[in-house]
Design a protein around this ligand. Structure first.
Ligand SMILES: [Zn+2]
Length: 366
């Protein structure tokens, strides 16, 4: 609280001085648009508007106008190099240990990655794991126990990097009174903002009164914690690959001048009626028509992992149904907030969207 008041005081004094370009911020290494917005109590959308930014990449030394400052006179010219979001701190070793437990984590991560923290050793099964860098993170519920995986008897905990965050992921592993704490550097995705300029007939769905019920239903699905049911690698949701039309993590606006939102899934264009397949074994926890997601199926795979299939023309799966990898659950369409036939696929870990590509043809993301 004191810090916030202090920051406000600085902002006010800058404004009182009336210096040219008053409230501004000079980008330092490690900053992202999101971190600057948070530190200055504003939003990515507001910084984008004020500074006429074409993308989310920032350059060290770039001066950003903050709310209350003099807006940028001309669009900022993209500098050729030194994109700070692509310059990670020195990678950590990726392995640490405490007595009886070896902890392995990826050396570095990207925003929106799913990942695994692997524990091995004689006391690995007794370890508790936390990701204190994720606010409200709840890796394991009370009474939830880790199960050993594979011949090596490793214990796996799934983690994820929240979209919009490029601060390091901090992990803590505790066994009895011993604690090991480490961090994994995170890089941004550095994608330009995509302006969809959807017609009002499509974006009107954002105002649908049934949206509150839709959001409540998906939040309930995110909160599920059931045992892992898959034992084979994840597989694509469409039998024929035709590429993607909008990538995971893409920052975009729906309406000209509207707020910037991240794309929480990957869009695969396909003709209406194309079979949509379960990406792995699981239980159907939502199946129906919703204002924004359209014809929606949500499959709980256990271990806090759910897959979601949007905009379908037909929903064939039923709530409570057990499905297996490759089983048809519906058909591609353009229902809900959609401008053409495609499948929007999301893979969420404890409610946060992770890159679907990171799961394909693998048992776990790396
Ligand atoms: Zn999409």
């Amino acid at each position: 609280m004191t810090r916030r008041v202090f920051r406000r005081a600085i902002l006010v004094s800058l404004l009182l001085l009336g210096a040219a370009g008053a409230a501004s911020y000079t980008v330092k290494a490690g900053d992202t648009l999101y971190s600057v917005a948070r530190a200055n109590e504003t939003t990515v959308a507001e910084l984008t508007r004020l500074n006429r930014l074409a993308g989310t990449a920032l350059k060290v030394g770039q001066v950003l106008t903050l709310p209350g400052g003099t807006p940028a006179a001309a669009p900022s010219t993209p500098a050729p190099s030194n994109s700070v979001t692509l310059t990670p701190p020195a990678p950590s070793a990726g392995t640490s240990s405490l007595q009886g437990v070896t902890v392995r984590v990826p050396a570095s991560l990207k925003m929106g990655d799913g990942f695994t923290l692997r524990l091995s050793g004689t006391r690995a099964g007794q370890a508790t794991v936390r990701f204190p860098s994720e606010v409200g993170e709840d890796v394991r519920r009370p009474n939830e126990v880790l199960k050993p995986i594979g011949a090596a008897g490793e214990f796996l905990v799934t983690g994820r990097v929240v979209l919009g965050k490029t601060t390091p992921v901090v992990y803590e592993v505790r066994v009895g009174g011993d604690l090991v704490r480490g961090q994994i550097p995170v890089m941004g995705l550095d994608q330009p903002i995509q302006h969809l300029n959807l017609p009002a007939s499509v974006t009107n769905k954002l105002q649908d009164p049934a949206r509150a019920a839709e959001e409540a239903a998906v939040e309930k699905a995110y909160a599920r914690r059931t045992p892992q049911v898959w034992s084979r690698p994840f597989a694509p949701a469409l039998a024929t690959a035709r590429g993607t039309s909008s990538g995971f993590g893409q920052p975009r606006t729906y309406l000209a001048g509207g707020p910037v939102a991240y794309h929480y899934g990957t869009d695969y264009p396909a003709p209406t009626g194309t079979s949509v397949l379960a990406i792995n074994d699981g239980t159907v926890v939502l199946a129906g028509k919703y204002p924004v997601r359209g014809g929606l199926v949500v499959i709980d795979h256990g271990a806090g992992v759910v897959s979601m299939y949007f905009h379908q023309s037909r929903v064939l799966a039923k709530v409570g149904q057990k499905v297996t990898r490759g089983q048809k659950i519906g058909e591609v369409g353009t229902t809900g907030l959609s401008a053409g036939p495609h499948l929007h696929l999301e893979v969420r870990v404890r409610g946060e969207a992770t890159s679907p590509a990171g799961w394909m043809n693998r048992l776990w993301p790396r």
